[in-house]
Design a protein around this ligand. Structure first.
Ligand SMILES: [Zn+2]
Length: 231
């Protein structure tokens, strides 16, 4: 069962087990950001919170973010997620959103920031009026999945650097997993940690993650699950 709670007068968080979705209202419409892992009824859950016309955006296409997509005719998503999304079997229309695009909910512009690394088409959403960054899986205090097809630590570093260019436009970060909210200082910490990993200076260890043998790097503020190093 999803747990919903109000963050402020026009923003809600929807907790679906280990993953978090958000509902944002503007003057004219509402936007559901991600549709959870075990929430085929995500649309109904959102419509219990808002009476405005409802649209859907996905931060990326990993399976824990799209479980309720089928109830929507269309979803906003970065085009670099399309291949992974189609593999999931979803058939609805993808409305591409790219770096610099703005979705205006009515006096609530949301700016799209492309942050590849965790996945090729991961995006963050800058809620400019509320000075909030909605970060998907890329900026979070939990374990960031960086193993498997399409993940890139080098791109992740670039994306954290890119987010820092917006640092004077948000005060807090709403992530999809782990503690909520997180400090914006986490962006810089993750950038440094990812650089350490890339440079071979971080220490990791094997761990089992849902049956995958992966290489885990632990930092005091977050972790990364990566491909094991080549022997
Ligand atoms: Zn996720």
């Amino acid at each position: 069962m999803a747990q919903t709670s109000k963050i402020n007068e026009n923003t809600w968080r929807i907790e679906d087990g280990g993953v978090r979705c958000f509902l944002l209202e503007g003057r004219e419409k509402a936007l559901l950001i991600d549709s959870g892992m075990t929430m085929p009824n995500a649309r109904t859950v959102a419509e219990e919170l808002t009476t405005l016309p409802l649209e859907l955006l996905n931060t990326h296409a990993d399976p824990d973010h799209i479980s309720g997509n089928a109830a929507f005719d269309r979803c906003y998503m970065h085009p670099d997620e399309a291949a992974a999304y189609r593999k999931s079997g979803m058939t609805n229309t993808v409305v591409p959103v790219r770096e610099g695009d703005v979705i205006d909910l009515g006096d609530r512009p949301l700016r799209i920031i492309h942050i590849p690394g965790h996945t090729p088409g991961s995006i963050a959403i800058l809620d400019e009026k509320n000075r909030v960054l909605i970060s998907g899986d890329s900026v979070q205090g939990g374990g960031i999945f960086m193993f498997g097809e399409g993940r890139s630590m080098a791109q992740f570093v670039g994306s954290m650097t890119h987010l820092l260019e917006y640092a004077d436009r948000f005060d807090t970060v709403y992530p999809s997993h782990g503690p909520f909210p997180v400090d914006k200082e986490l962006v810089e910490k993750l950038r440094e940690a990812a650089e350490e990993i890339l440079a071979g200076k971080a220490t990791g260890e094997y761990t089992d993650l849902f049956g995958n043998k992966v290489w885990q790097y632990k930092f005091p503020f977050a972790g990364f699950f990566c491909e094991p190093p080549k022997e």
